[in-house]
Design a protein around this ligand. Structure first.
Ligand code: PLP
Length: 479
């Protein structure tokens, strides 16, 4: 536990140093803390990192170039970066029970790009090299390379569609993943909203992908990764799991057995800043087989590592190995249940009818609103969420018909069952008092809205009462 007066004086001094160079940045930094303290942060992908994690990012490790990997750098003087990267990887391997961990990716998308590249590179060095009768890539002729380039660019990827809850990098057509691979997408059952493994299997059999991507950004249920691996094995595909959203629930042993992707996937990617509660960044976990190609992520895919962020990943992973993190992760899942029950008992519609992870997906069409209108009205009342597509969304990916609501951040602040029930009540109060607006031509608008008189003030006041009981960075005073 960080001593509050010490924390205050450390940040006050830090801000006065920044202020002497660019006062607007010092002011924005102060204001950001105030804003985060005063709002109900329900964005499913956000959290509050500990002061230890935040402080670790503000050091001279930021000044160091260290392309390459531990013990094999393209720059001199990287011995301390080697320590940082090794400690981060060691914690990740121990925490997740993974044979190999790569702590360099700058973000979740970068982690996915490293994974795609390493899956393809592994094929080149394995079956494809054999095909050309070469022992290593140096023996390939220009002709071989030409033929390899077309093999490389003709691979198939099967991932979860965006409107079913997948991520852009899981093969969404306009994304790089949908351009570098021939892609097909699997969705969810139109009746239940749940993943239909038989349908995924049928699609995999028909499409014969090289890569199957499992994992999600906005699917409110657990996934059976043992089943996904069975499907991948059946078609000789590599199973890649993107656990960016639920890594904290894996770390905290809420997802175990078939719901833990690490023993089942060939390669697992993640962010470190969502439910895992670390610094903004990414990470890859892999089998021994794929490790050598992942390890060349920098410089083959990534720019020089952010050593200060890798250091903060090491600190966050050390925190996640403490028993308290398991209590936290269980709290995240329990609170999502309370939130879902709070909505359901007040008559709201949830995609899949509930949740068993860290998020709920509220269908706001029954309030006569688009996701965009709902998101804005909620923000006026100090409730920070994000609009999100729902399956077969009639309003598309920009306006949407859903609101995604997550429990990781407010659980970090100490919110429990009663508070999350109250959050559901307050959100319903905002949504049922929001009227959709019209365009200047008098047509129905998907963006404008009117929030009833006094609602924002009432909800702000009710939230403030709860937030004051659970201060963010208790005792940290910037005045
Ligand atoms: N993967 C999933 C499943 C995500 O939800 C996200 C971001 O929301 C990402 C990857 C990308 O992470 P980042 O924003 O760190 O690149």
């Amino acid at each position: 536990m960080t001593d509050a007066p010490l924390l205050s004086s450390t940040y006050q001094q830090m801000l006065s140093v920044i202020e002497s160079v660019e006062p607007r940045i010092a002011e924005a930094t102060r204001q950001e803390l105030t804003d985060q303290r005063e709002s109900l942060k329900l964005i499913a992908s956000e959290n509050y990192a500990s002061p230890a994690v935040l402080m670790t990012m503000g050091t001279w490790f930021s000044d160091k170039y260290a392309e390459g990997t531990v013990g094999h750098r393209f720059y001199a003087g990287c011995q301390n970066v080697d320590t940082v990267e090794s400690v981060a990887a060691e914690h990740a391997r121990e925490l997740f029970g993974a044979p190999y961990a790569y702590a360099q990716p700058h973000s979740g998308i970068d982690a996915n790009l490293v994974a795609f590249w390493s899956i393809l590179a592994h094929r080149v060095e394995g079956p494809w090299l054999q095909k050309f009768g070469a022992k290593n890539v140096n023996e390939l002729t220009e002709e071989d390379w030409e033929s390899l380039r077309s093999e490389f660019g003709n691979q198939r990827l099967l991932g979860m569609s965006l409107d079913a809850g997948g991520h852009l990098t899981h093969g969404f057509r306009p994304n790089i993943s949908g351009k570098m691979f021939h892609q097909q997408q699997y969705g969810t059952d139109p009746e239940t909203g749940l993943l239909d493994y038989d349908a995924v299997r049928a699609k995999a059999r028909e499409f014969q992908p090289l890569v199957i991507v499992a994992g999600y950004s906005a699917y409110p249920r657990r996934v059976n990764f043992a089943k996904m691996r069975e499907i991948a094995d059946e078609v000789d595909a590599t199973l890649m799991v993107d656990m960016a959203h639920f890594a904290g629930l894996v770390a905290g042993k809420v997802f175990t057995g078939d719901e833990d992707p690490v023993p089942h996937a060939h390669i697992v990617t993640t962010t470190t800043h969502k439910s895992l509660r670390g610094p903004r960044g990414g990470m890859v976990l892999a089998t021994e087989e794929l490790a050598p190609s992942v390890d060349r992520g920098c410089p083959m895919v990534l720019g020089g590592p952010l050593s200060h962020v890798m250091a903060a990943k090491a600190v966050a992973l050390a925190e996640a190995r403490q028993p308290e993190f398991r209590t936290y992760a269980q709290g995240v899942a329990d609170n999502a249940q309370s939130l879902a029950e709070g909505f359901l008992k007040r008559g709201a519609n949830l995609v899949t009818g509930g949740t068993d992870n860290h998020l709920v997906l509220l269908d706001v069409s029954s309030f006569g609103l688009t996701g965009r209108q709902a998101e804005s009205a909620l923000l006026d009342a100090g409730v920070v969420t994000n609009r999100n597509s729902i399956p077969a969304d009639p309003n598309g990916a920009w306006y949407t018909s859903g609101i995604r609501i997550g429990t990781p951040a407010l659980t970090t602040r100490g919110f429990g069952h009663d508070e999350f029930d109250r959050v559901a009540e307050l959100m319903i109060e905002v949504l049922s008092n929001t009227e959709p607006g019209t365009t200047s031509a008098g047509a129905p608008s998907k963006a404008s809205y009117t929030l009833g008189d006094g609602v924002a003030d009432r909800v702000h006041a009710a939230s403030a009462e709860m937030l004051e009981k659970h201060p963010l960075y208790p005792g940290l005073d910037l005045a």
